[in-house]
Design a protein around this ligand. Structure first.
Ligand SMILES: [Zn+2]
Length: 375
């Protein structure tokens, strides 16, 4: 038996792997940080034998509530990821699986590889509507890629969409793949109409270093990028520094920051009701967007989500608050579940890569609805 995480976004520490019925594991912390929860590893075991894999340090992870009702993902071909029986006893997370083949991958959510990220960028660049821009370099020396979709013009709204500030939230990049695929489809009426009146600035992966390193929440030097928007620095958070600098040049009429939430089994948005300049216009933009997304897909709902911020109490280091205040624009964090959408459960797959992609497509319908009001 062998367990390995020595690959793109791999993360596991093997404590002991002597017998299939008692494999002891731990999740590594993000570099220079105490956050951990993302795991991704390969088991080379025995087909037909039950493997009991115990993650010993589950209760000390960033969001222990995330383990309640959680089922881990497994894949033989690294394309189809299915859920396997998983139990949390308040301390340890136990994954039980009898593989049908010798080797199998397990992960916290469906991985979105750095190779696939590069493919996504290059394939978008093939479109005449897309301009590929280099924002800057990350601490590990990777490119921070921006895709500009549509020809900038005075009458057009500027819409920014960023994803995966938290690298373990890989559903955010699956979402972007669906979003981009539809936006660049010149036979899609919604996309064509959108590009008549809007230009999109899209960062499909805000945190490539953390993604490759197998981090949950931080970049190469342990910075939580979504607490850096008040004062980003080239030393700690070049990713945010470059994006904010570019936003200042383009202006922003709408911002969407895409995430995954460990605990809540729903898709939801978090707005900026707590920023100093929040007003009726802002509220109307939020309501228009939410109403349109509710109509577009039953995967979205507004009943469950984060507690609302009291007026003036928003955390201004968070992207959606900082951008909403600075540019007085519609600004949302969009959250998808790690577990499932409890309104529309799927026992075999839970919340999945294809469902994240579909939601990315459907969000364009909601943007089309709100777009005439953005300025
Ligand atoms: Zn997040």
């Amino acid at each position: 038996m062998r367990i390995s995480a020595n690959f793109d976004s791999g993360n596991i520490q093997v404590i002991s792997a002597d017998s299939a019925d008692n494999i002891r594991l731990a999740i590594n912390k993000d570099n220079q940080s105490d956050f951990y929860q993302w795991f991704h590893y390969k088991l080379f075991g025995e087909a037909g034998t039950e493997h009991v894999m115990v993650i010993e340090n589950a209760s000390g992870s960033a969001y222990p509530d995330g383990w309640d009702g959680y089922q881990a993902l497994a894949s033989y071909d690294r394309e189809t990821w299915f859920r396997v029986p998983t139990e949390y006893n308040g301390k340890e997370l136990t994954i039980r699986h009898t593989p049908e083949q010798e080797s199998v991958y397990y992960a916290y959510f469906v991985p979105y590889s750095y190779e696939r990220h590069q493919d996504l960028i290059q394939s978008a660049q093939q479109s005449v509507d897309c301009y590929h821009e280099l924002l800057g370099e990350t601490i590990d020396g990777r490119e921070l890629n921006l895709l500009v979709i549509g020809e900038p013009a005075e009458h057009k709204n500027t819409i920014w969409v960023t994803a995966r500030q938290h690298p373990g939230e890989s559903m955010a990049e699956w979402f972007m793949e669906g979003f981009l695929g539809r936006l660049l489809d010149d036979e899609d009426g919604v996309a064509r109409k959108l590009l008549d009146n809007n230009v999109f600035y899209i960062v499909p992966n805000m945190n490539p270093d953390g993604s490759v390193r197998g981090h949950l929440r931080t970049n190469a030097v342990g910075t939580n990028l979504n607490r850096e928007w008040a004062e980003p620095s080239l030393e700690k958070s070049p990713e945010v520094f470059y994006v904010l600098k570019r936003m200042e040049q383009t202006g922003v009429d709408m911002f969407l920051d895409v995430h995954g939430d460990e605990a809540l089994p729903y898709n939801f948005v978090a707005g900026c009701e707590g920023i100093p300049s929040y007003d009726e216009r802002h509220k109307d933009l939020e309501n228009t967007f939410k109403a349109a997304l509710l109509t577009a897909t039953p995967e979205f709902q507004t009943k469950y989500g984060y507690d609302l911020d009291a007026p003036g109490q928003a955390n201004m280091t968070v992207a959606n608050s900082a951008v909403g205040e600075k540019f007085k624009c519609l600004s949302y964090t969009l959250e998808m579940p790690f577990k499932d959408n409890a309104d529309l459960p799927d026992e075999d797959f839970g919340w999945s890569a294809p469902r994240s992609q579909r939601l990315g497509e459907d969000v364009l319908t909601a943007i089309l609805a709100v777009s005439p009001k953005l300025r």
